[in-house]
Design a protein around this ligand. Structure first.
Ligand SMILES: [Zn+2]
Ligand SMILES: [Zn+2]
Length: 412
């Protein structure tokens, strides 16, 4: 990156931490947390920092002007010591939802990979091996696109539902945040989970994702009553029983013939299901049996229900939650890949939350940049791009998005 661009980013980030110092709120038990800073220059990570009070943290941000700021989900006796000597006291339960883990059709439109060996590039996910030089290391540039952000939000909504309905966490112990890039973070801060070890947290991951969930253990069976119809969980059932039913219902409601064949059903079963779809769904709405149509075995229903489970499964980053020493982004700090800020908001606001409005940190000024390549993107109410090898004058927030992504440079 040119030094002009680097200085521009640094100046803007410095302004932000100076002017919005008061918006940097300390995590609970600040003095028990480890802090980490990713430095703007060379993106070096500085860890094992500790602070006595929020003023020290704020002035450090103004002095260091980091690219990204993190704090530990864990509480330690001695946060500044090396890992083994820290004295782990417990950790918040955290979930990370990132569009990277959700298959969206637009990834092939806006994601770019660059071979670190020879600079060759392409759209979508990177190949196993570079076609030009045979290299296997790639840089990937993903985008906070509207479709991806909506997909991530939908997962966050599902997660919050599981945490409140199944685990019984109250809204007081739950916080949700937009990460500033392509995802959402959900935190549980409660005595009830603080001491859980990594394995226990992995169990929670499995539950949330419905891993290994079999519909036959959740009420899917051939009933003993005359007629021997297949019965299944009800739409109103609590927990995964209800989710299996809802997911399967939603799937059946919209499934095409191809969808049903793709999951391995025989053509005559598919035809029968589609012919009687209304009757089946009506039976479910009245808490009746699943199999009001003859000839479809529990095994076939199991295949369909498996897809229902997939629909209800929450796509979280499976590495983050079991990690009891994880560093997570500090609320209201800037994201080094976008120049947007991480925003915490009440879980009840999630439906209407607009990340590309709420997370905008820079509201003033414009700058002329040369853009190498960028898909169309939105900041607040304005759409920008797509751009390819052109100079354009942009508002600071839009320009920073491109500069931070490394697809633009500041013009003299
Ligand atoms: Zn290459
Ligand atoms: Zn997308």
């Amino acid at each position: 990156m040119s030094s002009l661009s680097q200085n521009f980013i640094r100046d803007k980030f410095a302004d932000y931490y100076k002017q919005h110092s008061a918006s940097i709120l300390p995590p609970s038990s600040l003095e028990r947390r480890e802090f980490g800073f990713l430095l703007l220059k060379k993106k070096v990570m500085v860890r094992h920092k500790g602070f006595r009070n929020v003023d020290d943290l704020r002035s450090s941000l103004c002095n260091i002007v980091p690219s990204d700021v993190y704090y530990s989900s864990a509480y330690y006796e001695r946060p500044e010591e090396e890992m083994k000597a820290k004295g782990w006291l417990g950790a918040d339960l955290i979930f990370d939802i990132d569009a990277d883990h959700i298959p969206t059709p637009c990834a092939t439109v806006h994601d770019i990979w660059v071979c670190t060996g020879c600079g060759a590039s392409g759209k979508g996910g990177h190949p196993q091996k570079c076609n030009s030089c045979g290299g296997i290391k790639f840089k990937e540039k993903t985008w906070p696109c509207e479709i991806c952000l909506e997909a991530a939000k939908a997962e966050a909504i599902k997660l919050i539902d599981v945490l409140t309905e199944d685990f019984g966490f109250s809204s007081e112990v739950l916080t949700v945040a937009f990460s500033g890039h392509r995802g959402y973070h959900v935190h549980v801060e409660s005595e009830a989970i603080r001491g859980l070890d990594s394995l226990a947290r992995k169990e929670i991951v499995d539950y949330v994702m419905g891993i290994g969930l079999e519909a036959k253990f959740h009420g899917l069976e051939k009933s003993a009553t005359p007629g021997r119809r297949v019965s299944g969980p009800d739409l109103n059932d609590k927990g995964w029983r209800g989710r299996v039913a809802k997911g399967t219902y939603d799937f059946l409601l919209t499934a095409s013939k191809e969808d049903l064949i793709k999951i391995g059903l025989k053509t005559r079963h598919v035809n029968s299901l589609l012919k009687h779809r209304e009757a089946i769904l009506e039976s479910w709405n009245l808490n009746g049996p699943w199999g009001v149509v003859k000839g479809i075995s529990p095994e076939t229903w199991r295949k369909i229900a498996h897809y229902g489970v997939k629909k209800q499964s929450v796509k979280i980053d499976t590495v983050v939650t079991p990690d009891i020493n994880r560093l997570i982004r500090l609320p209201n700090s800037l994201h080094g890949k976008t120049g947007l800020k991480k925003v915490v908001f009440p879980i009840t606001d999630i439906e209407d939350f607009d990340p590309l409005r709420s997370a905008v940190a820079f509201k003033e000024g414009t700058v002329t940049v040369h853009v190498s390549v960028a898909p169309q993107f939105r900041v607040e109410d304005e759409l920008y791009g797509p751009f390819e090898r052109q100079n354009v004058e942009l508002p600071t927030a839009a320009a920073l998005m491109l500069l931070c992504k490394g697809v633009a440079k500041v013009m003299q």
